[in-house]
Design a protein. Structure first.
Length: 229
């Protein structure tokens, strides 16, 4: 597995250079790529998003925002109502990073609370919330929103396909048969229930989405600018 991850990291570094050149933005995104790879692979393997990585990334994102800020049109519109935040580039950059962190973490926290209220069980861990706190400091409000949108969409599509595949391949069929003999339901219905309970790591899909936002950020910024005009 390690050679594949090292190769992926190298390819992403090359892609970053090809898109952003030798700029401060490249310096920022190289750090971000490393953090996202660690979180994505760790969540995929052991379903953990380490606090040590998330909080380090959060602090690093705030520090980099002093010089390489995640400014977007949404942040600028907020700053228009609070002129104090736009008094210097450093304050503006850190403000936009904090707004992005708040947007990502609070939206995901609200979604987790709503899921628990509706389904009566946990739908995601706090690691995902902390991850979006970190991502927001790098991507800002708009990039964070797009990460949540693309990440949850990608996770939903792949999750549904996986559930169907598990059901069709007879995953846990022996468990369903034993449960059916005890009068808990039909084998087919129990197999579908068991398959639908399979949990995928949301952090992995959020990480993939965050990288897509980084590499398509310039195109996305152009589209957002046209839309906001």
């Amino acid at each position: 597995m390690y050679p594949a991850i090292e190769l992926l990291t190298g390819l992403l570094f090359v892609a970053c250079y090809q898109i952003f050149g030798l700029t401060l933005d490249t310096f920022k995104w190289l750090f971000f790529i490393c953090i996202i790879i660690v979180l994505t692979i760790t969540d995929f393997r052991v379903r953990i998003l380490p606090d040590a990585v998330n909080f380090f990334g959060f602090g690093l994102g705030l520090a980099l925002a002093v010089r390489i800020s995640p400014i977007d049109l949404t942040c600028l519109r907020i700053v228009d109502h609070v002129p104090l935040l736009g008094r210097s580039p450093a304050i503006l950059g850190v403000s936009c990073a904090i707004f992005g962190a708040a947007a990502g973490s609070l939206l995901l926290l609200a979604a987790a609370a709503l899921y628990k209220l509706v389904r009566g069980r946990e739908g995601m861990g706090m690691g995902d919330v902390k991850m979006m706190l970190m991502v927001g400091t790098f991507l800002g409000i708009q990039g964070t929103f797009l990460t949540l949108l693309f990440g949850t969409l990608l996770g939903s599509v792949i999750g549904l396909l996986l559930v169907v595949i598990l059901f069709l391949t007879g995953w846990k069929s022996s468990v369903a048969k034993r449960a059916s003999r005890k009068g808990l339901g039909s084998i087919s219905g129990l197999r579908w229930t068991i398959s639908s309970r399979y949990q995928l790591p949301l952090g992995t899909f959020l990480g993939i989405a965050a990288l897509l936002v980084v590499f398509f950020s310039r195109w996305l910024d152009m589209q957002a600018y046209r839309f906001m005009r």
